[in-house]
Write a protein that binds this ligand. Structure first.
Ligand code: ZN
Length: 213
């Protein structure tokens, strides 16, 4: 009889490493010299949708995130801003054993459509694939607050915000935040980009194209 029949809980570092592996295996995390749609240049490219296109990888990542969340909290429903949270929120809802909804942008914020409903007493987990500024998530938090929801938290696969919790100052008490891996994406204006003068780098390319492949 094996004593190790049950998988031990992954540590935070193991979860972060595994998430990076899944992102790289999916070409969702590229290193190089990239031209962003804003015109700025960047040394990394992150597009979580590329990971989430593989259901098994999406399920694995969201299962890790759900295991982390369930250590400290329980929720009744997962909701996130479309489009970023549609696939990820659904998969996270499955892993959490809850309903999975998405909110849609309307004039001046986000709203539930399609007959989706959240009751004021429900505990709501707001999902997003990557949190950068957190702007869309905050708009969903505003929507939930206006619905009378008081028990809220945020979860994402990747934390690009540069701080531990970009929602710490939301509302009176802040909103808890869970993520699998923090990730910096260094970026510069074109005339300040150090990669442009780095002989080991080619010219900046749009992330959609596939150099050297
Ligand atoms: Zn450059």
């Amino acid at each position: 009889m094996s004593l190790a029949s049950a998988e031990p809980m992954m540590t935070v570092n193991q979860q972060a490493e595994r998430t990076l592996e899944l992102l790289r295996a999916s070409d969702a995390l590229l290193e190089g010299h990239f031209l962003l749609s804003s015109g700025r240049h960047a040394g990394r490219y992150i597009q979580c949708a590329r990971l989430l296109q593989y259901p098994e990888r999406a399920a694995e990542a969201c299962s890790m995130l759900a295991a982390r969340i369930r250590e400290t909290a329980a929720f009744d429903v997962v909701v996130g801003p479309a489009m970023g949270a549609v696939t990820m929120g659904y998969e996270l809802a499955r892993a959490m054993g809850t309903r999975g909804l998405f909110a849609e942008r309307v004039q001046g914020g986000f709203a539930l459509r399609r007959g989706f409903e959240i009751q004021p007493g429900e505990r709501v987990l707001v999902a997003e694939d990557v949190v950068t500024t957190g702007k869309s998530v905050k708009e969903v938090l505003v929507m939930l607050t206006e619905m009378g929801v008081t028990d809220m938290a945020v979860a994402s696969l990747v934390n690009r915000s540069g701080v531990d919790n970009p929602f710490a100052d939301f509302g009176e008490n802040g909103v808890p935040y869970f993520s699998l891996v923090p990730l910096d994406v260094p970026n510069w204006s074109a005339d300040e980009c150090p990669l442009c003068t780095d002989d080991s780098q080619g010219p900046a390319i749009k992330p959609g194209s596939r150099p050297g492949l």
